[in-house]
Design a protein around this ligand. Structure first.
Ligand code: ZN
Length: 459
């Protein structure tokens, strides 16, 4: 609309100009070098306009021809770049598809077309890895370390290589360097922690774990038990160095964070008793008993309470059991002490309570001992021992990752290498599954020869 209006105005102005020139042509006379030109002003104006148009056209043509070589080379460069990136993309696809030959071919093309090493180096390394040429891949990754923009990728490649080759020392150095560059990378942080833990570098591992929590890579609750374990191990390290004061400070942190973590509580309580702080040790153990009643706490509690003879031990065990009175372990502990003190009635009462809650193998064994000691009833004792062999296994330290059950706590699972994976629970009941299979086999083959196992089938 605006353009049409402008066009109409231009036409109007031109028409007005043409009419004005026609009505008042005027006269112009030029003399130059013996030449004389007489014409009207309108003709002169038209001639000047034509000359101006021709000059402008010639100038534009000259500019166009002058810039042509530059434009042609820029378009050639653009085409090369496009072909380079296409080769790079095809190379990445080949790596993903596991086609080493195609990947190498495309890398060579991309390298020639792009002449930008940081871009093609990673692909070159990956193509070499794919072709099984680890030495060449290592060279590419090492070359990447020299440029800030590719340093992390180079470290990552070398770290993966070191982990694959089980070269832990080299892997740890690389992981530390990678962590300095990218502390928020989950992959780097978890690998570094793993390597530090396997290298028994507890202080470094603790630092890495705390920073991972701060960087929100690890949930604070998930990290809690691992921090407790690391504190316990640092406490043991300080004890090993003869620094008992420092050790107790660190162990206290572990016990406060997780009052039911038995290894730390037993260790700290033992050292407190040695330092004549038996009252504090006893309180620490009672608190642990309320969270996680564990048989290892009993001996150190008796030491803390100064119980030497069997009758005193029964009283002390009753006192300890008050922190968690209904737990089977409380009944078992009093029963075991009562058996030792020959308090048969007391032992029977607590064992029967424990049988009611959880007839584990240990309860059955103690019942057998009671029958044997109190009434010399060998038959009843044998029945309890048979029942013990089929009962739920006793609690043990069970690895949450692979189910490996051990009697002594360790930081790393010997079966699957998981760190801080053990908890004190009843292991899965394998015997009962075997029994089920046996019964099924017997049912299939007929009733002959089936032993009497009814008595042990409940619970
Ligand atoms: Zn395990």
């Amino acid at each position: 609309m605006l353009r049409t209006f402008g066009f109409v105005i231009v036409i109007a102005v031109l028409a007005f100009g043409a009419v004005w020139f026609a009505e008042s042509p005027g006269e112009v006379s030029l003399e130059w070098q013996g030449w004389r030109v007489d014409t009207s002003f309108a003709i002169l104006f038209a001639a000047v306009a034509v000359i101006a148009i021709i000059v402008a056209f010639v100038y534009r043509m000259w500019m166009f021809l002058r810039s042509a070589p530059g434009r042609m080379s820029a378009s050639r460069r653009e085409a090369r770049r496009r072909r380079g990136y296409l080769a790079l993309t095809r190379g990445m696809v080949a790596v993903a598809a596991g086609d080493a030959g195609e990947a190498k071919k495309q890398v060579r093309r991309a390298d020639g077309l792009l002449s930008d090493p940081p871009i093609t180096m990673l692909l070159s390394a990956q193509a070499s890895q794919l072709a099984g040429d680890e030495a060449a891949a290592g060279k590419f990754f090492s070359a990447m370390l020299t440029r800030p923009e590719t340093e992390f990728l180079g470290i990552r490649g070398l770290l993966t290589h070191a982990l694959k080759g089980n070269n832990r020392k080299k892997a740890r150095e690389l992981a530390e360097r990678a962590f300095r560059l990218q502390p928020k990378s989950d992959w780097v942080a978890s690998n570094l922690l793993d390597l530090q833990v396997r290298g028994s570098a507890w202080a470094d591992a603790r630092d890495t774990l705390e920073r991972s929590v701060k960087n929100k890579l690890v949930d604070a609750n998930d990290a809690k038990h691992r921090l407790t374990v690391l504190d316990y191990l640092l406490g043991l390290e300080a004890l090993g160095d003869g620094n008992e004061g420092e050790a107790l400070k660190i162990l206290k942190k572990a016990c406060d964070r997780e009052p039911g973590f038995i290894p730390a509580v037993v260790c700290m309580a033992g050292h407190l008793v040695d330092r004549s702080r038996a009252g504090r040790a006893a309180t620490l153990i009672e608190r642990a008993w309320s969270h996680n009643p564990h048989p290892d706490l009993v001996a150190v509690y008796c030491r803390a309470r100064g119980a030497d003879d069997p009758l005193e031990k029964v009283k002390v065990c009753e006192r300890l059991a008050k922190s968690n009175p209904d737990h089977p372990e409380s009944h078992l502990t009093i029963a075991a002490a009562a058996l030792e003190a020959k308090l048969w009635g007391e032992a029977r009462r607590h064992l029967e309570n424990a049988v009611g809650v959880d007839a584990s193998a240990r309860v059955c064994r103690l019942m057998a001992e009671l029958e044997e000691s109190e009434h010399a009833n060998a038959q009843a004792a044998r029945e309890w021992l048979v029942r013990a062999s089929k009962a739920d296994p006793d609690p043990a330290w069970v690895c949450g990752d692979c189910g490996n059950a051990v009697s002594e706590w360790t930081a790393l699972c010997a079966n699957c290498d998981t760190f801080a994976g053990f908890s004190w629970i009843t292991p899965p009941h394998v015997v009962r599954l075997l029994e089920g299979a046996k019964e099924a086999a017997q049912a299939l083959s007929g009733p002959d020869g089936a032993p009497d196992t009814n008595q042990t089938a409940e619970s």
